[in-house]
Design a protein around this ligand. Structure first.
Ligand code: HXC
Ligand code: NAP
Length: 289
């Protein structure tokens, strides 16, 4: 979507950049000329991704191990990125933990684990990078990968919904507070985009037999990684320079299906004829009263 070199000279940190959507977005940022640091808990995974993406794109990737629940590890990612690339311009908060479960089955630790990765990890990283940007007068940009249920809420993924909801309100709050430093914060709320990490934990085989995620989507398909990468690159680039505090949904219309009568797509034309007659009959009867 963006022209070649749209991110030339920019350095962007992508949390969870070794797999799934973080890897796909990192690939596109590199193709657009950015330097990218990827970080996550598993060093072997990020090392392998870094090699693959460098060979594929010719760009520069730094892989630094980091658990986003640990501030000193976050500070190390930022310090190593500055040492290698000179500065940091963007942060993509993409790391997450999640699994589907009835909430009453969760232990306290299970709830904490998800909230700590998603909410604490996001605000720790944002706080660390914000201090660095303000001290160094860098007009940086944060992009948070959220979910559509961060605003609607959703059963069976309650710790994730709580954490994504908190991160979303942080996005808006800090967009207001840090605008004076030229720092922007935005979010993307994706619908289903197939990745191994999400599918293993949210749509495992037994559940897939009961619920096909595509059936709920007006456009009748899941998202393509390239579609998300286009939007992420735009929001991390200077082309979105006047957008801040915004959340952009990219879900094929899935959230709109909450509309009270939106689920009537299986009513046939003949059935609509009957329904119309029934309503008109009621209209005539009420006029006689
Ligand atoms: C109930 C569970 C559980 C399950 C784990 N736990 N899975 N409880 N049902 N299915 C409990 C454990 O028993 C333990 O509690 C606690 O959670 C922590 O589990 P650990 O395995 O010790 O944690 P850890 O090794 O840190 O792994 C974190 C994780 C794991 C979140 C549980 O799944 C992970 O590493 N995920 C990272 C990647 C990921 O989740 N990607 C998907 C993002 S998709 P006890 O009390 O027993 O010790 C996404 C998309 C949303 O967010 C929208 C899609 C459309
Ligand atoms: P994924 O491949 O499982 O990505 C999650 C990443 O987070 C992994 O690379 C993982 O790496 C990292 N991570 C987990 N815990 C971490 C921790 N404590 N510290 C640092 N990194 C950690 O799943 P995905 O589908 O690409 O998800 C990416 C983002 O998109 C998430 O924010 C998710 O909520 C969001 N999202 C996805 C979908 C979808 O349909 N796929 C829909 C809506 C939103 P390690 O295990 O190596 O740490």
């Amino acid at each position: 979507m963006l022209r070649d070199d749209a991110l030339k000279g920019k350095t962007i940190i992508v949390t969870g950049g070794g797999t799934g959507l973080g890897k796909s977005i990192s690939r596109y940022l590199l193709q657009l000329g950015a330097n990218v640091t990827i970080c996550s808990r598993r060093q072997s995974v990020i090392d392998e991704t870094a090699q693959e993406l460098m060979q594929e794109t010719g760009g520069k990737v730094l892989a630094v191990q980091c658990d986003v629940r640990n501030p000193s590890e976050i500070e190390n990612v930022i310090a190593q990125t500055i040492e290698k690339f000179g500065k940091v311009d963007g942060l993509l908060n993409n790391s997450a933990g999640n699994f589907i479960s009835p909430t009453e089955r969760l232990s306290y630790k299970a709830f904490d684990t998800i909230v700590d990765i998603v909410l604490r990890g996001t605000y720790y990283f944002t706080l660390a990078i914000g201090k660095y940007w303000i001290d160094n007068k860098i007009p940086g940009v944060v992009l948070n990968i959220s979910t559509t249920y961060a605003t609607t809420g959703s059963g069976y993924v309650v710790p994730s919904a709580v954490a994504k909801g908190g991160a979303l309100i942080m996005t808006k709050s800090l967009a207001g507070e840090w605008g004076k430093y030229g720092i922007r914060l935005n979010a993307i709320a994706p619908g289903p985009f197939p990745t191994k990490g999400a599918w293993d934990r949210l749509f495992p085989e037994p559940l897939m037999k009961m619920m096909d995620p595509v059936s709920r989507i007006p456009l009748k398909r899941v998202g393509e990684h390239g579609e998300l990468a286009n939007l992420a690159a735009f929001l991390l680039s200077d082309y979105s320079g006047f957008i801040t505090g915004e959340t952009i949904t990219i879900d094929g219309g899935e959230v709109l299906m909450a509309g009270e009568f939106s689920h009537l797509e299986n009513v046939t034309s003949e059935q609509w004829d009957d329904i119309e007659q029934s309503i008109k009959q009621a209209n005539r009867a009420s006029k006689k009263e």
